[in-house]
Design a protein around this ligand. Structure first.
Ligand code: CMC
Length: 434
């Protein structure tokens, strides 16, 4: 504690020299040591690959207590939002900080709904992709390309343009996602319908065809809405940090969200539900589980139990519990309750929760463990799983991006390094190199 300012401090001693740093407290969660003056005071940097102990910003949006398995959006537990709210209400909450009043909700729903169409030239942009293109490749490109269609909302210094860009992305990313799906299955694009809810509209844009009436199954719409709520934000994860870093240079919001989508694509992040489903299919039957678990434990095998473990949660991922319930509901509705993949998943979960390898490392099922089976039962191909994650996370990325732009302390993100390469040496002409 600094006696003069009454502020908590931390003292670092290195090479016989001591330096003091302020300690900052949030509303909940661990304190942080503000080391922004570390280099100036000591001539040293910190070293933290993967940022496991590094806070990169102040944020009021999402809080996770990984040890207790808690996830709050703007203070509200994820369980309550998933049980009682809907996705657009969650979007409003993440963007504006408070739950909407009835009038605010109606206005917000109207604004999102009336931004869902994309410029008709976008359809021609799609024609440039091979017909077997991965829909995530189309998403990275088409969301980035929105900047070329909506010049009137790329000035990041104008709050009105930022708001318009935010609404456009929340509304148009689902349309692009459904178009990416339709393109890869060779069906005509289906326009959004303003009379439908957010999840309903997405289902009809994905699964309706012009030759017959499409009936929306309310269980599927409810499940999808909940999946969107569960994936809407998750604090400073890899893709959100990517969006913030991209935005810190002043890049336009469409480009920043495209960067987030690119990062999300990786199997250690958004691609995990696809990988989890592939793993369940590879195991195939319950009797093969012990053999698979042995492979996972073998350090030379490089095999991981996909859908298990999390950088932050060292307890049951609260989203996984809700996802597990939704999974059973959807499988019952679609008549897949005896799906062998579900049987493998349930048994795998049971074994892993008791096996000392997983218990000691605090490896619990994460949200992706059940979302893959659920989405498959709903009719989505595995290549669309990460796309659905991107549809849901767009609002989180946008909220975090806006918060960053409005933060007076915001600076371009520029980490330092520990250089271990060659020291200075002189250029040798090609003729004298051996
Ligand atoms: N299966 C087997 N062992 C694991 C697993 C796993 N899924 N995850 C971690 N471990 C082991 C790891 O080998 C290490 O063991 P040891 O201490 O003996 O070397 C220990 O647990 C710690 O692992 P780590 O790699 O240091 O942990 P991390 O925080 O860097 O990794 C993770 C987090 C999510 C990348 C990792 O758990 C993983 O690869 N899980 C599988 C992929 C997955 O399901 N990802 C989705 C994450 S949730 C969606 C999201 O929010 O994006």
């Amino acid at each position: 504690m600094d006696a003069k300012t009454n502020q908590k401090t931390a003292t670092l001693t290195a090479d016989g020299k001591s330096a003091q740093f302020p300690v900052k407290s949030g509303t909940i969660g661990p304190d942080v040591i503000d080391i922004s003056k570390l280099y100036a005071q000591t001539g040293m940097f910190t070293y933290d690959p993967g940022f496991t102990s590094t806070g990169s910003c102040e944020s009021k949006i999402t809080y996770i207590d990984g040890d207790e398995g808690v996830l709050l959006y703007r203070g509200y537990p994820i369980e309550q939002l998933a049980e009682k709210g809907d996705f657009l209400e969650t979007c409003y909450l993440l963007l504006y900080g408070e739950l909407p009043t009835d009038a605010q909700k109606k206005d917000f729903d109207y604004r999102v709904t009336h931004h869902t169409m994309v410029h008709e030239q976008m359809a021609r942009f799609f024609q440039a992709f091979r017909r077997d293109a991965h829909p995530m490749a189309i998403m990275v490109a088409s969301v980035g390309a929105l900047a070329a269609f909506y010049h009137d909302s790329t000035d990041i210094n104008d709050p009105h343009q930022r708001m318009v860009a935010s609404m456009r992305m929340i509304a148009k990313v689902p349309t692009l996602a459904a178009m990416a799906y339709k393109y890869t299955v060779g069906q005509p694009f289906v326009y959004p319908k303003n009379a439908l809810g957010f999840a309903e509209n997405f289902l009809q844009m994905c699964f309706a065809v012009p030759c017959e009436e499409f009936k929306i199954n309310p269980v599927m719409a409810e499940a999808l809405d909940k999946i969107f709520i569960l994936h809407a934000d998750h604090e400073q994860n890899a893709s959100t940090s990517t969006v913030r870093i991209a935005g810190s240079s002043g890049a336009n919001p469409f480009a920043c969200i495209a960067a987030g989508i690119a990062c999300l694509w990786g199997p250690a992040h958004g691609g995990a539900n696809e990988a989890a489903l592939a793993m369940l299919a590879e195991i195939g039957t319950v009797d093969k589980i012990p053999e698979f678990i042995e492979k996972v434990k073998d350090k030379n095998s490089n095999v991981r139990l996909m859908g298990f473990g999390h950088r932050v949660y060292k307890n049951y991922d609260p989203r996984a519990k809700i996802m597990q319930q939704m999974c059973h509901k959807v499988l019952k509705e679609t008549g897949h309750q005896n799906d062998p993949l579900l049987e493998v998943a349930l048994e795998l979960e049971k074994i892993a929760l008791h096996d000392p390898y997983f218990v000691e490392r605090k490896l619990y099922p994460n949200v992706d463990f059940y979302s893959g089976i659920t989405l498959k039962a709903m009719g989505f191909p595995t290549s669309m799983f990460t796309v659905l994650f991107a549809v849901a996370r767009t609002v989180g990325w946008i909220s975090q991006w806006s918060e960053m732009i409005e933060d007076p302390q915001q600076k371009i993100g520029r980490p330092r390094q520990l250089y271990t390469g060659a020291t200075r040496r002189d250029y040798m002409p090609l003729s004298s190199r051996k």
